[in-house]
Design a protein around this ligand. Structure first.
Ligand SMILES: *[C@@H]1O[C@H](CO)[C@@H](O)[C@H](O)[C@H]1NC(C)=O
Length: 213
């Protein structure tokens, strides 16, 4: 075969592989990372005989974290901060909402999320690739699933604070917030003006507001 044909098949194979990819199955009981961060890389497991129960317990979400400007406090419990999750293909999040607090439209490139309302009343939804919206108010005790990679959002519509617990089928689901990705990443002004039908003044204002932090 010509090299270009080979390359073609390789690219097709790669696309297929990447589109089906999820976290790999573990090949040992667990793999507490020995290098401070986790990458689903089993070359860096600490010797399992030195593991203790503390490696499998995370105590950092007993309380809400610091609230951001939209009235949301979200603490991701992924393999980067909880090395015990390494190679296990799942992770967690605690999200607290002030009254009216918003979790801006965002997506997780590597995971489906299932979210449980622990307290409160939250308008919650996602948008599919046909731009159809699926959204409603969910209440204490209800769960909603956000399919992998789709844009989703939430706002506390109750008159008390709300808390949501979420779970992901990746040890490191990734998070991309639409406003910051678009206006806080350094995309050229001219492009954003055309894409959104905005004046250069409006684009500057949005860029200032969503400058990466
Ligand atoms: C892990 O530690 C045990 C006990 O110290 C030792 O016997 C074993 O060889 C170690 N395993 C590896 C892969 O280093």
């Amino acid at each position: 075969m010509f090299p270009s044909t080979l390359l073609f098949f390789f690219v097709i194979f790669l696309q297929k592989y990447v589109s089906l990819a999820s976290d790999p199955d573990p090949v040992q009981d667990f793999c507490i990372s020995s290098i401070g961060y986790s990458s689903a890389n089993t070359d860096h497991c600490k010797n399992s005989s030195t593991a203790t129960v503390e490696d499998f317990v995370f105590s950092g979400i007993k309380l809400a974290g610091k609230f951001g400007p939209t009235g949301l406090s979200a603490t991701s419990v992924n393999s980067n901060i909880f090395p015990g999750l390494n190679t296990l293909g799942m992770s967690f999040v605690r999200a607290d909402f002030e009254v009216g607090g918003v979790n801006v439209p965002h997506f997780h490139p590597r995971a489906t999320e299932i979210a449980f309302v622990l307290e409160g009343k939250v308008y919650s939804g996602f948008v599919d690739t046909n731009n159809k919206i699926f959204a409603k108010v969910i209440e204490k005790g209800e769960v909603m699933v956000f399919p992998k990679g789709l844009v989703h959002f939430q706002v506390n519509v109750g008159d008390t604070p709300a808390t949501i617990l979420g779970s992901f089928n990746s040890q490191n689901p990734g998070l991309q917030r639409i406003p910051t990705a678009v206006f806080g990443s350094g995309i050229k002004d001219e492009l954003l003006e055309k894409a959104f039908g905005l004046s250069s003044k409006e684009v500057s204002k949005l860029k200032k507001r969503f400058a990466s932090h």
